[in-house]
Ligand binder design. Structure first.
Ligand code: TRP
Length: 452
């Protein structure tokens, strides 16, 4: 593939609005990971100690790697595969660095395949929360939903269809227009949920749970979980942010925008915790519920509480919107690759990739019912295998390689040019972290996991 002759997307595509990069990247970052994932992980890890370690991971590992991804994307103005190749060749290094981009495309397809199944459950729950079946408990209701392949299949297909439609419409008419519409709604819904928790929940118990550190609960697993969560939540290690960065204007300050995106992502995760835990405590439930926390416990609460048939659907609408704006960032890098190399048109690429992802997703649907105990990797069913592969291997590997490349292989002069809007001290600090701190921390987590 000859990069110079391939269509240079910078000529045709840059975000139109000044704030679009921030909105789109925050849309990518804020997703099921923040609301559903963060809350159940905080619950499992025993609260605030996890929150503190998570914040540390965001600052020390997440922020430098996010800056690196944006820098590489914007420098080369190409989708991740070609971006890595161009950045490497321009630095006098091997074009094989493009394999980092390929790993990213591969993990994007895998992540979206199960993400879509979960998002489908969230959409389904908008209706369930509006008209719950009060003859059965929320636990039975959840078992009914996950036990029915046809229900899951229906909503999974709807969700993939929405993704295809948005991505096929293009970067500006699809992604930009969607995030400008969805992100303000998401924020308003979040505030509604917070006010609800203040009125109907035990807000002090929620605050104490999230912010009074109890280090007796910290163990190596807490670090692993917090680091994985930080990576996933910031959409790192797979190319989403790199791809969105390639549409960013040269005049924007990469440090400030990264800080804003990481800040918004963290804010929403904490707000989600403050919206969920006060309710859990007020209704005498257990925070250590695992993945069913929002679908089982919260649904029970919505059924019991005043105006629950309005607040409940609004909550699941919030989850669905957050999921949609994240999902499109998982599909975009690979579609952009096919489009920019004139392999397929954008629409054809969106449809073909969407169908592949849809098909792989069927494995995750069945993992919730008939394939629950069919093992693939070790003693993991299909969905758990994909989650393991992406969370524990592909994403940390991608993030680590991006950090190593940005710190050790990318020409410092080029990095300096991209990050020049920041002052010299910020640049130096970033370089120190991306060279020594982030890769070493990610590598140690990675190795610990492989051995464990
Ligand atoms: N960050 C999203 C969430 O929190 C998910 C996501 C979108 C993602 N793009 C990604 C995760 C890229 C990893 C890599 O739900």
């Amino acid at each position: 593939m000859n990069i110079s002759s391939s269509k240079n997307i910078s000529e045709s595509v840059t975000w139109v609005g000044k704030w679009t990069f921030v909105l789109a990247a925050a849309g990518s970052a804020v997703g099921l990971g923040n609301i559903w994932g963060f809350s159940y992980k905080v619950g499992e890890a025993g609260g605030s100690a996890f929150v503190l370690i998570y914040l540390g991971c965001i600052l020390v590992v997440g922020l430098p790697i996010m800056m690196a991804e944006i820098m590489i994307g914007r420098y080369s103005q190409h989708s991740p595969v070609s971006a890595m190749k161009k950045a490497a060749i321009d630095s006098g290094k091997s074009g094989y660095w493009q394999s980092v981009g390929w790993t990213g495309l591969f993990s994007g397809v895998l992540i979206l395949s199960f993400y879509s199944v979960l998002a489908g459950i969230c959409i389904n729950y908008i209706g369930i929360a509006a008209m719950p079946n009060t003859d059965i408990s929320s636990f039975e209701q959840y078992a009914q939903v996950t036990g029915s392949p046809s229900t899951l299949f229906f909503w999974h297909s709807i969700f993939i269809g929405m993704n295809i439609a948005i991505i096929a419409s293009g970067v500006i008419a699809g992604i930009e227009r969607m995030v400008r519409l969805l992100m303000p709604i998401l924020f308003i819904l979040m505030i509604v949920m917070l006010i609800n928790a203040m009125i109907n929940g035990d807000f002090n118990a929620g605050l104490a749970y999230l912010f009074t550190p109890d280090f007796s609960k910290v163990n190596p697993e807490t670090f692993l979980s917090a680091m994985g969560q930080a990576f996933f939540s910031l959409s790192l290690g797979m190319g989403s942010i790199m791809c969105y960065g390639s549409y960013m204007r040269k005049s924007e300050d990469i440090f400030k925008t990264s800080l804003t995106v990481a800040g918004l992502d963290t804010l929403i995760a904490i707000l989600a915790g403050l919206a969920i835990f006060p309710m859990i405590f007020a209704y005498g439930m257990e925070p250590q519920q695992g993945t069913g926390l929002v679908f089982k416990s919260l649904l029970t609460i919505f059924i019991e509480m005043p105006l629950g048939n309005i607040i409940g659907p609004a909550f699941f609408m919030l989850l669905s919107i957050a999921a949609l704006s994240s999902a499109i960032s998982l599909l975009e890098p690979s579609v952009a690759y096919f489009e920019e190399n004139n392999i397929f048109s954008r629409s054809a690429a969106a449809i073909i990739l969407g169908l592949i992802i849809w098909f792989v997703g069927i494995g995750s649907i069945l993992s919730l019912n008939s394939w629950e105990n069919e093992y693939f990797l070790g003693e993991r069913n299909f969905m758990d295998s994909i989650i393991y592969l992406t969370f524990n291997i592909l994403m940390p590997l991608g993030g680590m390689l991006v950090a190593i490349f940005a710190g050790w292989f990318f020409k410092p002069r080029l990095a300096m040019e991209e990050l020049s809007a920041a002052n010299v001290n910020i640049f130096k600090t970033w370089r120190f972290f991306i060279k020594f701190v982030s890769p070493v921390l990610v590598a140690s987590v990675f190795i610990y996991q492989l051995l464990g």
